[in-house]
Design a protein around this ligand. Structure first.
Ligand code: NI
Length: 183
């Protein structure tokens, strides 16, 4: 059974780390994003009880805390253990690489982690394929959708139902990828 205490502890950690950070577009507090990602991941674990839901939940709640909030891997390891820290590290883009190499690099590192970490990346992009911020260009939206398909191709094998959800979201997202006035 997954631990509500662990989830609450991770959520507090993330809330503190993300501070005043907002979700781009909606402007909601950033913890709403990581909570949605955790719910997607939890749903997958409920469907498949052999998965380690605690690992998935902790990685989901903490997945952006290294990348966006300036937390260190050592802090995550101290609070949540080595497996969670390794998962969160894999989910973090390497900012020292050129931008166009960062996703493929992160996906390759995620694939070396347990399936619970793969789930979090699928869940993250499912969550992020809500309506894009209004100021995103058509090019950026199309690139974002193409990335979603890349994530699906690399990690979809981790969980059929989540992969199907990502595919459906990417299909619906096409509506944001058309020239104004297109069909
Ligand atoms: Ni995220």
């Amino acid at each position: 059974m997954w631990s509500a205490d662990l989830f609450a502890r991770a959520l507090d950690f993330a809330a503190k780390a993300h501070g005043e950070q907002k979700v781009p577009g909606s402007g909601f507090p950033y913890v709403t994003h990581v909570t949605k990602v955790a719910l997607e991941a939890l749903r997958a674990c409920v469907e498949e009880p052999s998965l380690d839901a605690n690992l998935a939940l902790a990685c989901a709640v903490l997945h952006d805390s290294l990348e966006d909030a300036g937390v260190t891997r050592a802090q995550v390891e101290l609070e949540f253990g080595a497996a969670v820290a390794a998962g969160v590290q894999a989910l973090t883009k390497d900012a020292t690489l050129p931008k166009d190499k960062q996703l493929a690099d992160s996906l390759a590192r995620i694939r070396r982690e347990p399936r619970e970490v793969w789930l979090v990346k699928l869940a993250d992009r499912i969550t992020n394929l809500e309506a894009p911020p209004h100021y995103w260009s058509l090019e950026k939206r199309r690139k974002y959708r193409a990335e979603a398909l890349e994530i699906h191709a690399a990690l979809g094998a981790a969980h059929a139902a989540l992969a199907a959800r990502l595919e459906a979201r990417a299909e619906a997202y096409l509506a944001y990828c058309r020239e104004p006035g297109d069909g």
